[in-house]
Design a protein around this ligand. Sequence first.
Ligand code: UT7
Length: 335
Amino acid sequence: MEKINAVITGVGGYVPDYILTNDEISKMVDTTDEWIMGRIGIKERRILHEEGLGTSYMARKAAKQLMQRTNSQPDEIDLVIVATTTPDYRLPSTASILCERLGLKRAFAFDVQAVCSGFLYALETGANFIRSGNYKKIIVVGAEKMSSIIDYTDRATCPIFGDGAAAFMLEPTTEDLGVMDSVLRTDGKGLPFLHIKAGGSVCTPSYYTLENHMHYIYQEGRTVFKYAVANMANACEAVIERNHLSKDDIDWVIPHQANQRIITAVTQRLEIPTEKVMVNIERYGNTSAATLPLCIWDFEDKLKKGDNLIFTAFGAGFAWGAIYVKWGYDGKKEQ
Ligand code: UT7
């Protein structure tokens, strides 16, 4: 029997219209456009600021576009996986809300929570369902309303994050294409350096936690930066070596968009020239689980069937990894 692999057959995306500029952030906290551009590389980020809208709103827009571009009908979708750290509700899953909003009748759905590495984990999970032979169309979404967990009085975190969503369709193939290999890792020692202190089962919400801004992201940036560079570079090297790829064989590196300096450090270690590195951090900031598919959404027209892509991410946990993908089609699939 021929081996079945999971190939990406399309991408859809969505970012909110509202643009939060560095100049506006400079009015909220003691910072400057120069500092943010120089230290992080972000010019602006998108914010979903309409009241009553959550992550599933953006996920639905991205998934709708994906279904149009891949000519997929609601009753063809077998599974929906949503990578998110900013679910609409503590329960049920955002994926279940998305199923309803997309009118899916015979799918099952769940969320994956691995923060900035969520999309990597979700992509490999979805690929394995396809490889089982039992599933034909799987939607993998990365979607985040990071603005809902950011303290806009904290200059150390508020310039970094933005909102957005993007999604891939996974389908079976017997061609030598698709999600080829992954190196995924987790080290729980990262907890003190990047977390949200309250709102979970250890520290439930109270007036005290609200007054002390404990429902927002806390980060020791310098420590996270060091681990991010070393671990993303190591994961990429491991997956490149295991698949006997030379540096010249790699057409694109798609790094998590957390900091332009992290992206530069990782790709320099890998000796990958900047023209092969997808970067859109300047326009969207760090959209956590959405950064990787949003890069593909932006750069899709440049991709060719058979291109070798290395996706890599690092985030809270710590959780990180790299995935090797052979791209499935030429150019942009229009709506
Ligand atoms: O996606 C999840 C994973 N997260 C990451 O990968 C993020 C990794 N870390 C980073 O990207 C960087 O560490 C940050 C962007 C978060 C911070 O940049 P940094 O160059 O590491 O700055 P720092 O935290 O070491 O702070 C340097 C100085 C400090 O002042 P002092 O103590 O030296 O006087 C900060 O108070 O910069 C100050 N600072 C700012 N100044 C102006 C911190 N934030 C700001 C700001 N504007 N927004």
